[in-house]
Design a protein around this ligand. Structure first.
Ligand SMILES: [Fe+2]
Ligand SMILES: [Fe+2]
Length: 385
C-alpha cells in the first residue's frame, strides 16, 4: 500500500482492485497544496477517468501508460471539460485509438472553444446512465458539488470505488495518498474550505433540498472515494465527509483573497529578491514572473510563520484560521527565523471579514481601495506548534 512516505506525484498507486489514482498536486500558497488527480480502472476494458492537466502532459501520459497500455484503453470517461480534467484529452485520444470518449453534448460544445472533439468517437453519458465495460457496469452520477454544469461522478459497483470529481475537494499541507493522514481539524477545515471554493453557490442552497441530494449520493454506498482534488477517503472518513458536506449550506461563503492580499504578497516577494535580480512585479512579459512570485511568497511565508506545515483554513464559522502545525518542533530550528507566536500577516480571510475596505474615487474617476480598517482591539492570532 502506498503510504505518505512512499508517495510520489505522478506515480500511480492502487486504491482498490485494478483501480489506480494518478496523483498530481498544485502548490497553492498560502493555503498549502491542492491535489489534481485522475484515475485508471484496469478491468477487462480499461477506463481512463479524466485525462490530467496540460501542465504535466508528458509526465501524465507516461504515468498512465505505466498502468495500462494505451492500445488497450477502451473508454475515456470525461467527468467534465475543465482543463484539470480534459487538458490532455486530444493527446489521449491520439494515443488510445481504440477508446470511446464518454462525455456530454454540452462538454463537446464547450471544448469547441479550443479544439474540435471527434464526435464519431463520442458516446454521451449523462446523469444516471450506465456503461458496460466488460467485467463491471459503471454508473454516471451528478455529484452534490461541482464547478462545471457538465459534471458527472463515476461509481464502480464492483469495487465500490466512487470518483467524486470536484466534490470533497480539500487543501492539504503536503500531497498525500490517503486523507486519513490529516488530523480531525485539518480534515474538517479542508472540507469546508474546498467545498466552498469549488462551489461558492452552496451557501445559496436550501439546506433540506441539498441534504436530499447528498443522501442520494451517499446511498451509492462507496467504500473508497477518490477525487480530483482530494486524497483518497475510506471509512470512517467517508461518513464524516458526507456529514460535513450536508452542513455546507449553513456556513457563510468563503471570503475570497482580495487585491489587498495580492499587494501584500507582492510586497513580500519584492522584499525577498536581491536588488540585482529581476523584480517579481516587473511587467516584462517573461514567464518567470508568476513562478518567481509564488516561489518567493512561499519562501517568505516561512520566516513569518516559522512553520512550513501550518496553513490557514476555514473553521466551521466560516472564518479562516491557522491549523496546528504537524511538523516536528525540532524542524522549526532549521527555519530562517524563530517561529512567531502571533502575527497578523497571513490572515487575509479573517481580515476580510473584520475589516472594512474604504472605497474611494480617484481623480481619474476609478474606484479604488484607499484603506483597510480593522475593528479596534481585534487581533488575528497565528498559533504554530
Ligand atoms: Fe472542475
Ligand atoms: Fe477539478
Amino acid at each position: 500500500m502506498t503510504t505518505t512516505e512512499t508517495f510520489n506525484l505522478l506515480q500511480p498507486y492502487q486504491i482498490a482492485e485494478e483501480t489506480f489514482v494518478i496523483p498530481w498536486a498544485l502548490e497553492a500558497p498560502p493555503v498549502g497544496h491542492f491535489p489534481m488527480n485522475s484515475m485508471v480502472i484496469r478491468g477487462a476494458e480499461p477506463v481512463l477517468v479524466d485525462t490530467g492537466a496540460p501542465a504535466v502532459r508528458s509526465q501524465w501520459l507516461q504515468a498512465a501508460w505505466s498502468v495500462v497500455d494505451p492500445l488497450d484503453v477502451r473508454w475515456i470517461f470525461l467527468t467534465h471539460d475543465d482543463r484539470d480534467h480534459a487538458g490532455n484529452l486530444l493527446a489521449v485520444l491520439a494515443e488510445c485509438p481504440n477508446a470511446t470518449l464518454l462525455t456530454t453534448w454540452f462538454s463537446v460544445g464547450r471544448m469547441a472553444e479550443e479544439w474540435e472533439t471527434p464526435i464519431n468517437r463520442c458516446r454521451f453519458m449523462i446523469d444516471g446512465d450506465t456503461v458496460d465495460v466488460g467485467d463491471r457496469t459503471l454508473v454516471a452520477k451528478r455529484p452534490p458539488l461541482y464547478d462545471n454544469p457538465t459534471t458527472r461522478a463515476l461509481f464502480d459497483p464492483k469495487t465500490h470505488v466512487l470518483w467524486a470529481v470536484d466534490t470533497f475537494a480539500t487543501n492539504v499541507p503536503a500531497p498525500m495518498p490517503e486523507i486519513a493522514a490529516l488530523s480531525a481539524d485539518e480534515f474538517r477545515d479542508g472540507q469546508f474550505f474546498g467545498g466552498r471554493l469549488v462551489s461558492p453557490w452552496v451557501s445559496l442552497l436550501d439546506g433540506q433540498k441539498f441534504r436530499t441530494v447528498v443522501d442520494g449520493f451517499q446511498r451509492l454506498d462507496a467504500e473508497v472515494i477518490a477525487g480530483c482534488h482530494t486524497p483518497v477517503l475510506r471509512r470512517p472518513q467517508i461518513a464524516e465527509a458526507f456529514d460535513l458536506l450536508r452542513r455546507l449550506p449553513e456556513i457563510p461563503a468563503w471570503p475570497e483573497f482580495t487585491q489587498a492580499d495580492l499587494d501584500r504578497w507582492m510586497a513580500i516577494a519584492e522584499g525577498s529578491v536581491p536588488p540585482e535580480q529581476p523584480r517579481p512585479s516587473a511587467r516584462d512579459g517573461r514567464p518567470r514572473v508568476s513562478r518567481l512570485f509564488l516561489a518567493d511568497v512561499r519562501a517568505s511565508l516561512r520566516p513569518l510563520t516559522g512553520c512550513r506545515a501550518g496553513w490557514p483554513v476555514a473553521d466551521s464559522a466560516g472564518a479562516m484560521r491557522r491549523t496546528r502545525c504537524r511538523q516536528d518542533p525540532a524542524d522549526h530550528a532549521t527555519d530562517s527565523a524563530p517561529p512567531l507566536r502571533t502575527s497578523t500577516h497571513l490572515m487575509p480571510h479573517s481580515q476580510a471579514r473584520a475589516r472594512k475596505a474604504v472605497v474611494g474615487v480617484s481623480r481619474r474617476g476609478r474606484r479604488h481601495e484607499t484603506a483597510h480598517r480593522r475593528p479596534r482591539g481585534r487581533k488575528d492570532v497565528l498559533t504554530c506548534g
